[in-house]
Design a protein around this ligand. Structure first.
Ligand code: FAD
Length: 452
């Protein structure tokens, strides 16, 4: 029998209902993007019975469905790669499939003119005249790589499963209630990791967060990336290099028409991805999300038409696809045991509990531009137990979040969160009690790079 809903003004009172617990595990990771996949794999490899829930039908989040197809800033002008571990493993696996393009590892730090010449057409393969590690890749292949890693690690994967709220018990989080085609169900866990990027569980978990988006920062903009293929790369590159002035005039003209001139190289010379920055639309407002989906496509057509008519190399091109997943750069930020600040990042403050090393983004590493460091405490909520946050909603000020929400750093945070969860579960302790020296030792054993 159907139940009636009580209505008071514009509020409906949903009748209480029973929720079936379909699974109990040690760890529930919600969100299968770069951070969530890394967290689930790390935990499962450390012997933890792990469930990973993802709202869409594939893994990878922005790095696949969002068509963000560049893993940048893994090193900064020396032969040292600051981002290794799970992120490097993903790239090695992509290499085996012929699906990644990056500088040769033995070229890192080189400043030789012929080598620089070779790499400078690619986005972020060089920094201040030296070779650095950045990777362009095929997003479909990354979905497959992530599936393999999840399966091989023995993670229980639930796709098409939208985490609706955290299950709480006193001051602890005990899993998630989620919606899927099977209805509203629960999966319980002794420990839960929010890797949804938007921090979707933080509020219902009872943890604290900062939801303010600074309109002056890149991360306050939404995006709908699209790819264009069958480009004559030689004609396009030649035009850009030899007729820079005309290219810039055309870019301005396109902006005035409402189009998007930023088209970045991919792992194939005949495919480019068009990035865009849509201001004044909020990632947690469904009407704004709808507006972006509809209106960016209109401007995509303007862009495509303009390129085809005016830009050499695009005459026989076609639109391959638009991102199946709307591009969200910033959202809720956890209030954690430590809020990483821009001053700390910029000054190169090494935290006792460092779990990731961040090379400078636009400079070679030097005394003036030192590496930055992310502490484990930025993944641990100040309130609530048995709960961690990994990925772009880590605890940081707005500027730091804007700089560090990149894929390689989110993977590193995920690997650390999953490993910390394994230590906590094994020792029967809450995550904030995890001994950072043990965590760092395990991360090093798993191939991560940390300060010596
Ligand atoms: C247009 C654009 C361009 C960018 N350019 C770059 C770039 O060039 N290089 C770079 O490194 N970074 C770039 N970034 C940033 C980077 O892509 C993201 O910050 C990064 O992917 C964050 O990883 P994550 O795992 O924290 O979150 P996400 O990638 O957002 O993954 C979160 C996952 O959780 C899932 N999820 C969300 N909510 C729920 C829920 N309630 N229940 C279940 N599952 C859920 C999502 O479907 C997704 O799979 C860009 C971002 C955008 C939007």
């Amino acid at each position: 029998m159907s139940q009636s809903f009580d209505r008071k003004g514009n509020i409906l009172k949903e009748p209480a209902r029973d929720i079936k617990i379909i699974k109990e595990a040690d760890l529930v990771v919600v969100g299968g993007g770069p951070a969530g996949v890394a967290a689930a794999v790390a935990a499962a490899r450390n012997g933890v019975d792990t469930v990973l829930l993802e709202r869409y039908g594939h893994l990878g989040g922005m790095a696949t469905g969002g068509l963000v197809i560049l893993i940048p800033h893994m090193s900064a002008g020396t032969e040292v790669m600051e981002i290794q571990g799970t992120c490097l493993e993903m790239i090695d696996r992509l290499d085996l499939l012929g699906a990644a393009l990056h500088p040769q590892k033995e070229h890192l730090g080189f400043s030789d003119k012929t080598v620089i010449e070779k790499y400078k057409r690619f986005f972020d393969f060089t920094v201040q005249g030296k070779v650095r590690m950045s990777v362009s890749y095929d997003p479909e292949m990354l979905k497959c790589v992530m599936n393999d890693m999840i399966e091989e690690a023995g993670v229980n994967l639930y796709l098409h499963s939208w985490g609706a709220r955290a299950v709480t018990e006193g001051d602890a989080v005990r899993g998630v209630i989620f919606e899927s085609k099977s209805g509203r169900q629960a999966i319980l866990g002794k420990l839960t990791i929010d890797a949804t990027g938007d921090g979707d569980l933080i509020e219902s978990a009872g943890a604290e967060f900062d939801g303010a988006l600074d309109p002056n920062l890149r991360s306050s903009n939404l995006a709908l990336v699209f790819r264009v293929g069958n480009i004559d790369a030689d004609a396009f590159n030649d035009f850009k290099e030899k007729q820079e002035f005309k290219w810039n005039v055309l870019r301005e003209e396109l902006i005035q028409l409402g189009g998007y001139p930023t088209c970045l190289p991919s792992n194939r010379s005949d495919i480019r991805w068009f990035n865009n920055w849509i201001p004044k639309r909020h990632p947690l407002n469904v009407e704004d999300l709808t507006w972006v989906e509809v209106n960016v496509r209109k401007n995509m057509l303007i862009t495509y038409d303009f390129f085809k008519k005016n830009v050499p190399g695009f005459q026989n091109s076609f639109i391959i696809d638009t991102a199946s997943q709307l591009g969200t750069r910033g959202s809720r930020r956890l209030i954690g045991e430590h809020i990483l600040t821009h001053d700390e990042l910029r000054s190169g403050k090494i935290h006792d509990d460092t779990i990731a090393v961040i090379p400078p983004l636009k400079h070679n590493v030097s005394e003036e531009w030192p590496n930055g460091f992310i502490p484990y405490r930025s993944l641990v909520p100040i309130k609530m137990n048995d709960f961690l946050v990994a990925g772009r909603s880590f605890s940081s000020d707005a500027v730091t979040n804007d700089l560090l929400n990149l894929i390689p750093f989110c993977v590193a945070m995920g690997q650390a969160a999953g490993t910390a969860a394994a230590i906590a579960l094994d020792g029967g302790m809450v995550p904030r009690k995890v001994d950072h020296k043990i965590l760092q030792k395990k991360l090093l054993e798993q191939g991560a790079y940390l300060p010596s």
